[in-house]
Unconditional design. Structure first.
Length: 132
């Protein structure tokens, strides 16, 4: 999945999310943001999810940009489902949120307030309720 917008250190950044195939033991996603121009792109990696490899099945549902703080830059959102392998009840929806801290992308504390939301629209509605 990929989106383009004003996230990170430069306008018109490109966000790319990659996920291993279903056959892989680690279904966590990886992401990066390309900023700058075609001849001068800089690569900024997104922090990974803090999950033990192989214990969760992750499926990315949506990647989008929105504001989750009060600065001009947008944050990167990755909406996903999770399932704890071997469990019949530990399924859910979560959203990883990454914000630019001036040097790198970092996990945003706003993500904790978005757990359980199933759609991009519901995430954006919650952000609006939170005042963003």
């Amino acid at each position: 999945s990929a989106v383009q917008g004003d996230a990170g250190p430069a306008p018109a950044s490109i966000v790319a999310i990659h996920q291993a195939t279903r056959d892989s033991a680690d279904r966590n996603f990886q992401g990066l943001v390309l900023s700058g121009g075609p001849k001068t792109y800089r690569v900024h990696r997104l922090p990974g999810l803090d999950l033990p490899p192989g214990q969760f099945e992750i499926e990315v549902l949506s990647v989008f940009l929105a504001n989750a703080n009060r600065d001009a830059r947008q944050e990167v959102f990755v909406l996903y489902t999770y399932h704890r392998n071997g469990s019949q009840e530990d399924d859910g929806f979560a959203t990883a949120v990454y914000e630019w801290n001036g040097k790198a992308f970092a996990n945003s504390p706003v993500a904790a307030q978005l757990t359980g939301l199933k759609t991009q629209a519901s995430v954006k509605a919650r952000l609006k309720k939170l005042g963003f």
